[in-house]
Design a protein around this ligand. Structure first.
Ligand SMILES: Cc1cc2nc3c(=O)[nH]c(=O)nc-3n(C[C@H](O)[C@H](O)[C@H](O)COP(=O)(O)O)c2cc1C
Length: 201
């Protein structure tokens, strides 16, 4: 099968893309609206891209009606966000927090998640997660236009909060304890407990 993207419906391209480029880690992002509402939403167009400075990118795409998601609106307004870890115990709640609410409603109420103050940014971080990364925006790059077009939010991590309980004896993040989950295509998600080790050549 081949797909000529230029002759294919956007939604079909999207479905194929997320089924192929998988698994994707999930950023559970907290932002703050201009009127002080804490927004919480998951994004799997997400990864880390360098360490000096530490850089993450995630993409709140435009909605099917071409409008901006609350997360993007908030970040455009104040340039700050927190990436909260997505682990197994929160799978259902992460999914629930993807519900489209109006900008004046908080997904914190929907999910019962408690927050803690961040140190370097105004959006709070989630209290009950293995780690949280406070970020400030370096640049936002819109790519394309219309439904499901990307907005690359490039962020610099200012502070990393890591629960000591998820570190191994060498002080490194232990995947067996973080229990990250990731997104594949359709309604498929995956766990990360089937580990194997390779030595770097
Ligand atoms: C696991 C998961 C991953 C998601 N990844 C993305 C993504 O990368 N980009 C995106 O725009 N929407 C993604 N969504 C959908 C958003 O979470 C959803 O549109 C949400 O309502 C946006 O919230 P907001 O309007 O409060 O920013 C994802 C949903 C789930 C459940």
């Amino acid at each position: 099968m081949q797909i000529d993207v230029s002759k294919t419906e956007v939604v079909s391209v999207y479905q194929m893309l997320v089924g192929l480029v998988a698994p994707r880690p999930i950023a559970w992002v907290t932002t703050l609206s201009a009127s002080g509402v804490v927004n919480l939403a998951p994004f799997s167009f997400f990864n880390a891209f360098g360490a000096n400075p530490p850089v993450v990118v995630f993409s709140p795409t435009l909605k099917r009606d071409g409008g901006k998601k609350d997360t993007l609106v908030n970040i455009e307004a104040n340039g700050e966000f927190v990436i909260n870890a997505s682990s197994e115990k929160h799978a259902e709640l992460i999914n629930i927090s993807s519900k489209m609410l109006s900008p004046d409603e908080s997904e914190l109420n929907l999910t019962g998640q408690k927050t803690l103050e961040s140190i370097r940014v105004k959006p709070p971080r989630l209290a009950d997660v293995p780690f949280a990364l406070e970020c400030k925006v370096i640049q936002i790059i819109p790519v394309g236009h219309g439904a499901i077009s990307a907005n690359l939010v490039i962020g610099e991590i200012l502070t990393m909060h890591i629960d000591d309980m998820v570190l191994d004896e060498k002080g490194q993040p232990d995947p067996r304890k973080i229990k990250a989950i990731a997104r594949l295509g359709g309604e498929n998600w995956c766990r990360t407990q089937d580990l194997f080790q390779l030595e770097r050549p």
